[in-house]
Write a new protein. Structure first.
Ligand code: PGA
Length: 250
């Protein structure tokens, strides 16, 4: 019922030339895959070449961030409209690295989500607890605040298309994946919160898992009923590995 969505979050990796090499390698490997939505999220400087080379293919492109104003005196920022014009369909918002290193809060996440929709982009909104928060038994409280504050002002009719990425901070880039059961429990909680906010539309919202997803653990994670895809960092950077992930380890 919910089409799985597998997205590569490249972070600060790949120059435009490296992007050309990756995209040309991955296109034939993924040709014909139509039961999974495929997204790559390069850095801003590689988006132009990525959207150009993936035009009329089954690979879509997302950005890793945006600013909520359309234009103006905001040195160094990029708007949703600019990304849309380049051919982006998605934008990652509120990744834990942005919350940790770049001062993002639930309030800025909220502004970015609303401006992404206004620009015609679908936000992939990241939430997740730290190890300390998990140890203190605060998972529910943390995720609930991130979802309720982040998604303020959203209504089901306009915004049921949102994508949530559950990324426990302790699992990102550490090789320590949440077990499929741990992940699914968090996803169920998120869907319950989404139902309170969006009503029935919450059933259609795709919730990705992220945090050390690899070709050898993707299958069991995606087998969980509430896991509808993955947001993948390190393992999405090599074409053969990304191909396996998109094909669920097959
Ligand atoms: P990882 O990163 O797959 O390298 O753990 C995931 C992410 O940060 O989105």
């Amino acid at each position: 019922m919910r089409k799985p969505i597998m997205a590569g979050n490249w972070k600060l990796n790949k120059t435009p030339n490296e992007t050309i090499v990756f995209v040309e390698e991955i296109k034939p490997l993924l040709a014909g895959v139509d039961d999974v939505e495929i997204v790559i999220c390069p850095p801003f400087t590689s988006i132009n070449v990525a959207t150009y080379l993936t035009k009329n293919t089954n690979i879509k492109v997302g950005a890793q961030n945006l600013y909520w104003e359309k234009s103006g005196a905001f040195t160094g920022e990029v708007s949703g409209e600019m990304l849309k014009e380049l051919g982006c369909d998605y934008v990652i918002i509120g990744h834990s690295e942005r919350r940790q290193y770049f001062g993002e809060t639930d309030r800025t996440v909220n502004k970015k989500i609303l401006s992404a929709f206004a620009a015609g982009l679908i936000p992939i909104v990241c939430v997740g607890e730290t190890l300390q928060e998990r140890a203190a038994g605060r998972i529910e409280q943390v995720i609930s605040t991130q979802i309720r504050e982040g998604l303020k002002g959203l209504n089901a009719r306009e915004h049921g298309k949102i994508i949530i990425a559950y990324e426990p901070v302790w699992a990102i880039g550490t090789g320590q994946t949440a077990t499929p059961e741990q992940a699914n429990a968090a996803h169920m909680l998120i869907r319950k919160l989404l139902t309170e906010i969006l009503g029935e539309a919450a059933q259609a919202v795709r919730i990705q898992y992220g945090g050390s997803v690899k070709p050898d653990n993707v299958k069991e994670l995606l087998a969980q009923p509430d896991i509808d895809g993955a947001l993948i960092g390190g393992a999405a950077l090599k074409a053969d590995s990304f191909e396996k992930l998109v094909k669920f380890g097959r």
